[in-house]
Design a protein. Sequence first.
Length: 180
Amino acid sequence: MADIKVLTLVGSLRAASVNRQLAELAAESAPDGITLNVYDGLGDLPHYNEDIDTEDAPAAVVALRAAAAESDATLVVTPEYNASIPGVLKNAIDWLSRPFGNGALKGKPLAVIGASFGQYGGVWAHDETRKSFGVAGPRVVESIKLSVPAKSLDGKHPRENAEVTAAVRDVVGKLAAEVS
């Protein structure tokens, strides 16, 4: 069986964000046969605008859609901003949902995890992200969940927490198992 390719989208643009660290941990600890591509171009996307969503779409959009098309599954790792989904991630969802009903992630499994500084680790944003992606076309795997309260990491990289490391590895394995 060929490697399973997982597109990993991070809802925070900060280089040192805990969510980027979780995405890196997922890539590092993935079971054999699973490759994660932590996508770095979300900050380059223009705001969604149907007027520019043409055959000559911006290069950043073309690159995101190509990465999505080449993937077998998607892992979204996101914080919670103001009790909801970060704007950069919502914008990516809008671009990936087009053409409506036939976007690059159509029918592919997708899971949402992440960390946030609230006591529940970003549960509201994760739920909103699942809802938005569910309308956008991928097959959201509702049973895969991981919401890490960032303060539980005591300022350390998530890889230094054995429980979080095991949970992230488990998430990646379960998501890969959803690939048909």
